[in-house]
Design a protein. Structure first.
Lengths: 308, 253
């Protein structure tokens, strides 16, 4: 199946001379949740802005649903919903009016039933007649999502949807995002919270310094780049790692109370069985064993660090 | 053509007018009444008639133009500047609408509001003086074209302005002198020859003169020249906007 969003060789140089994007290419499949992960200033927002038509590209091109975003902007923009990073709202408008306005802007005829459903799904129904300036930050964020969903988009861009949002609201937003995916909406999410990408994304693209460093299925990424660690708690502390165990590259931690063994899950042999046997042979008594998988955060730091 | 979007922008802008009804409508009525009291009653008592037209009636077209220009520039610029300032412009830019449709919505609303207020002033003025309109269609021609042209001009200022100072620069510093020196309150025949000659470089003189001709058939300059000037200025504004849309100037960069 053709990708729903296809970015090829996209570049952007701002008037100040800053190169925000340096020839980025990326395909997004219909129905997936793609997380664009990158530090501040990586080029995430610039890329989204070009796809949505807010910023002109300096080079390259983008198609959405097979249409060019510049030439066929009416088709592409009608398909896209955008939730911007900044909480930008018309302070003096009511929730209902501002969401209905968004629907009209996208060329859709008024449909109060749809607006009602969107507002109810986002727990905003009670506030529909309130002015936006009376709402809390979290509610404003949801209003922006409601605006983006007002015209029933096929592709939804969420630019840092949970920046500055409390834990409960963040979790409820993830539920909203999963619900949207279940209804067939493709979601592109930028974030610098790795936990967020780990929680809800199907695929992850890491972007830094205006370049895509990698695009990978989340699960594959975790196994490919993920390292596991075996932690052995000892009954009696050691002063140093015995010479017989030197080939395992162990490190001694916790005042000699615990041994750490790094291993690669994708390797043919992890060496765990051999290590445990060697420990028994050396007469070292174990109190406990635990393993820890490196998080996406560790992977991210590694990739971005290597790119610099 | 995305009619729904044009309607959305237009009614969204008109809704703001409703919210600010007091300052949008009541304040021009009060200021017009003040002009009539100060100029009409105090000065009019000494001037009485210009070219056979009572002074109070003579200044009415000028007053309408003064308000029309300020209101249209103000609304046209604010309508597009404010979303730029708050950031809500992202939504308009990412919508499936062409720049022409954006202009139709914003400029249409600004011009409508200007025309509404101009009409209110005309009605207010008719309470103070006897008014007759000799050429209603010519009057409408100048009235509507001036509203559209200056709303477009305001829209350009709104796109160009980077802060509130720039936004107010032209409406506050450039327009009032042009209007006051453009014969709103006098006929330029009353000026010394030198200033009369200088006045001919003031484009607003042509607007006021043409507009006044449609009421009383008296004018400082040929009404045809007035019509040409307004059409030239309209074309100029449209050309600048076309350039802005093609380059994305201060909108998409």
């Amino acid at each position: 199946m053709a990708p729903i969003v296809s970015v090829s060789n996209l570049s952007k140089t701002y008037a100040s001379g800053f190169k925000a994007l340096k020839g980025v290419s990326l395909d997004i499949e219909e129905g997936e949740i793609l997380a664009l992960l990158g530090p501040n200033g990586a080029g995430k927002t610039t890329m989204i802005s070009i796809i949505c038509g807010i910023v002109n590209a300096s080079g390259g091109h983008v198609t959405v649903g097979g249409h060019d975003v510049v030439r066929d902007f009416r088709e592409t923009r009608a398909m896209i919903g955008l939730v911007p990073q900044e909480l930008t709202t018309d302070a003096f408008e009511t929730v209902w009016n501002t969401v209905s306005f968004s629907r009209g802007l996208h060329g859709r005829k008024p449909n109060p039933a749809h607006i009602e459903k969107v507002l109810k799904d986002l727990s905003l129904w009670e506030k529909k007649d309130n002015m936006l300036r009376e709402l809390s930050g979290g509610m404003k964020r949801r209003v922006l999502i409601a605006k983006a969903l007002s015209h029933e988009p096929r592709v939804l861009f969420l630019d840092e949807p949970t920046a500055g949002v409390d834990v409960n609201l963040r979790k409820s937003m993830w539920d909203v995002v999963r619900g949207l995916r279940a209804s067939g909406v493709t979601i592109i999410l930028t974030t610098h919270y790795i936990e967020e990408a780990e929680e809800i994304a199907d695929r992850i693209a890491v972007i830094n310094g205006g370049e895509i460093l990698l695009v990978e299925e989340k699960a594959a990424l975790m196994t490919k780049l993920g390292r596991k660690q075996l932690r052995v708690d000892l009954a009696h502390p050691l002063e140093r790692v015995p010479d017989t165990l030197s080939s395992y590259n162990l490190t001694l931690e916790g005042d000699g109370h615990c041994l750490i063994y790094d291993y690669d899950t994708s390797a043919e042999r992890t060496g765990i069985t051999a290590l445990l046997a060697a420990l028994a042979e050396a007469g070292i008594r174990l109190k406990d064993i635990s393993t820890r998988q490196s998080s996406l955060e560790d992977i991210f730091v590694e990739i971005v660090g290597a790119g610099q | 053509m995305n009619i729904e979007a044009v309607k959305s922008i237009y009614f969204f802008e008109m809704a703001r007018t409703r919210r600010t009804l007091l300052q949008s409508v009541v304040s021009p009525v009060i200021s017009t009444s003040l002009y009539f009291i100060v100029f009409g009653a105090a000065i009019g008592a000494r001037i009485q008639e210009i070219d056979g037209v009572s002074y109070g009636a003579f200044i009415t077209p000028g007053l309408m133009m003064l308000t029309l220009l300020t209101q249209c520039i103000g609304n046209g610029s604010f309508g597009i500047y404010f979303p730029k300032f708050t950031g809500t412009i992202y939504e308009v830019l990412s919508s499936p609408i062409s720049m022409v449709e954006i202009v139709l919505g914003y400029v249409g609303a600004a011009a409508t509001k200007g025309l509404m207020i101009g009409t209110i002033i005309l009605v207010t003025a008719s309470l103070f003086v006897d008014l007759s309109i000799a050429h209603p269609f010519v009057m409408l021609f100048f009235f509507v074209l001036t509203a559209i042209t200056f709303s477009l001009f305001g829209f350009i200022i709104g796109i160009w302005a980077k802060d509130f100072e720039q936004l107010n620069l032209i409406p506050m510093l450039v327009v009032p002198p042009l209007v006051f020196l453009g014969g709103s309150f006098y006929s330029i025949d009353m000026l010394p020859p030198f200033w009369r000659a200088v006045s001919h470089f003031n484009p607003v003189l042509y607007l006021i003169s043409g507009f006044r001709w449609s009421f009383f058939e008296i004018s400082d300059v040929n009404p045809i020249a007035s019509a040409v000037i307004i059409l030239v200025f309209l074309t100029l504004c449209m050309s600048v906007l076309t350039w802005i849309f093609h380059t994305g100037y201060r909108l998409r960069n």
